[in-house]
Design a binder for this molecule. Sequence first.
Ligand SMILES: [Zn+2]
Length: 271
Amino acid sequence: MKLTLIKQAVVVSVIATLAGCSSTTSPGAVDVDRRQLLIVPAQQLEQMAQVSFNEQNEKARAAGKLVTQGAAYDRVRRVAARLQQQAPVFRPDAANWNWEVALINSPELNASVAPGGKITVYTGIIDKLQLTDDELAMVLGHEIAHALREHGRERVSQAMAQNLIGSVVMGALQTSEAQAKMAGQVTDVMLTLPNSRKNEIEADKIGLEIAARAGYNPAAAMSVWQKMGSASSGARPPEFLSTHPANESRIAELTRMQAAVMPLYQAASRQ
Ligand SMILES: [Zn+2]
């Protein structure tokens, strides 16, 4: 068992070297510069993400739950658009991404993002937490940051590196059987494995900076997590919390980061 783990670690590091492990984003004022293992082709993953995003939306539409107009929809779109304008600060190619936002009418306190910038927001998180625009910007900024950092692709890459020793990636993917197998694994990884704590901190930091640059008050980063924490004492804890613990260290970290982003917020507010 131990030997297997060591073998896996060696394989991961060899692949990391071969793949030219690097960071997906510029460090920004919040200084995120961890190098990442990215052996799965981005394009392939984005295609899969688009397929499942469309499926999700069609299902919601059929159930009469896909919100495509009205005040709540306009608000989510407006905040997301302002944040997306700042994304190229972290990676210039994000200016050409096909960002999409789906608003689903459902009591779930949740939001998520799929590779390539496919954001899903549930009305529950907005209504039950009574999110202000600043707080909504923190939630959306966090999700946008996961996409910019390609955390989904990184998790899938890590899973592949550990499970498919010997038959790793590219060549194997040319057969439809291998593609189907990979699609299954991708779905599993994306749906079942939560982001690591490291990824969560990165998304918090970059999301906070994007929101500040877009003119949203950084203090909302703390209030939104406090609201999330309070909601967790209710009968039905927020789904968002199963992958995003609103613990004290998270709030403390967001408080510590205020100094780095406050000047950006002030500059944006003066414009
Ligand atoms: Zn997250």
